[in-house]
Design a protein around this ligand. Structure first.
Ligand code: ATP
Length: 408
């Protein structure tokens, strides 16, 4: 396709999303771009998006590779959603959405999830920021974490997503299947109702994952929602994935089944397909932003690393590392073990025995969980948290060989 890149309309951790126009017609679309050498997640997204088609999933329009400003870029084309994401809509409506809009958006997300699950796909990163709003309704987007369920592909065991939206079984690194998407939908309903995180008072990824995975808590159901809405949330937010309702069951729940479909005539949500549409020009950002934000990754990563490092420093007393069998190290927490028998923290300078597949590199390690051998407080195996998106992480099993410092 012959096309021209216009201004940036969104930024992820590595990818920049820009508006684009076709050089052969007046068609406009969105292009998500990243340097070819860092395009693993975008190429995964392309493989999945190109294999599906639903009115509740953002439309795929192709991909290509270009040379721009001395960089080789991988580009994925999709339909343009000028009203942005559900998170943008929450901000635009004063910080929360009304219950009829929430029910309408939830219904469409369920139809999208039902389609994905019937096609053996798990999205793995459902949240307001990944749901786009168009004139014809809401569309599930950002398939960078998605995977095929029950399949022999090498990455089928991969666990990833955004910590605050992770289900308990995901946070513990055990499994990530269809029920995990349903839990994340429940969290997104709380986000739409409150404008905030489903887990209040914790915002660093290690603490959030610890709380979700190893406590008995549930995200708080907003008390101002109707009984029907709260019952719907209860069916999504069951800690045991086997007890969670499926997408098809939830579509029959009165909160969804009895909700009225909203007429979409808001000029704000017009979805232009042509440069002649006014909203195409209204959404313009300064052009200089379009590619330079690809460089924000390292500073954002530094920032997350710094946050966790500070968190670990204010924790009580650090453990002692000692050599017990050659190259292996023992982690000893010298404070009392907590009731649920899991430790979390940040490794300082460390070396891994072997790298689990599908993890880009351990330079991006945000923190870890030691849950395997808490009795003798010895850890060869820990769950590692790797940054893979602006807010999303990959959870992997790590074999720690050597470390100089650890904070619990
Ligand atoms: N088709 C689209 N139309 C309009 N805006 C879009 C579109 N796709 C993405 N965006 C905007 O760009 C932002 C980043 O897109 P996306 O979440 O796909 O990138 P990402 O790099 O995968 O993000 P993350 O680092 O959070 O995983 C979105 O939050 C949204 O604001």
């Amino acid at each position: 396709m012959d096309w021209t890149r216009c201004h940036a309309i969104g930024h992820g951790s590595t990818a920049t999303v820009s508006l684009a126009t076709s050089n052969n017609s007046d068609e406009v679309f969105a292009v998500k771009s990243v340097e070819l050498s860092k395009s693993e997640f975008l190429q995964r997204e392309q493989r999945i998006l190109s294999s599906i088609c639903s009115p509740y999933i953002i439309g795929y329009k192709g991909c290509d590779i270009t040379a721009e400003q001395n960089r080789i870029m991988y580009n994925l084309f999709m339909d343009y959603a000028p009203a942005g994401t559900i998170t943008d809509q929450i901000k635009a409506h004063g910080g929360r959405l009304d219950e009829s809009t929430i029910a309408d958006y939830a219904r469409q997300m369920l139809l999208g999830l039902d389609y994905l699950h019937l096609n053996e796909l798990v999205h793995c990163d459902i949240k307001g920021r990944n749901i786009l709003v168009t004139q014809s309704g809401v569309k599930i987007a950002d398939f960078g974490c998605a995977k095929r369920a029950n399949n022999a592909e090498p990455d089928s065991g991969r666990i990833s997503g955004t910590p605050a939206f992770m289900a308990p079984e995901v946070a513990r690194g055990e499994e990530q299947g269809f029920p995990s998407d349903i839990w994340a939908l429940g969290c997104t309903i709380i986000e739409m109702a409150t404008g905030g995180s489903p887990w209040s008072n914790v915002d660093d990824p290690v603490s959030v994952i610890y709380r979700i995975g190893y406590s008995d808590e549930l995200p708080e159901s907003p008390c101002f929602l109707s009984e029907q809405a709260r019952d719907f949330l209860d069916k999504c937010l069951r800690r045991d994935p086997k007890e969670r309702w499926t997408a098809i069951d939830l579509l029959k729940h009165p909160f969804i089944a009895e909700s009225k479909q909203i007429q979409r005539c808001n000029s704000n949500s017009n979805s232009p397909t042509s440069v002649l549409d006014q909203s195409f020009w209204n959404s313009k950002e300064p052009e200089s932003e379009s590619l330079e934000n690809l460089d924000r990754t390292s500073s954002e990563q530094d920032c997350a690393y710094e946050r966790i490092r500070r968190l670990s420093q204010i924790s009580s007393v650090g453990p002692i590392w000692g050599c017990d069998d050659g190259s292996w190290m023992t982690i000893r927490g010298n404070d009392s073990e907590d009731a649920i028998g899991a430790k979390c923290g940040m490794i300082g300078d460390f070396e891994l025995e072997e790298q689990e597949s599908n993890v880009g590199g351990y330079e991006d390690l945000l923190g870890f969980f030691d849950y395997n051998d808490c009795d003798c407080r010895r850890s060869k195996h820990v769950l590692g948290l790797h940054k893979c998106g602006r807010d999303s992480v990959v959870i992997s099993n790590l074999n720690v060989k050597r470390a100089t410092e650890i904070h619990c």
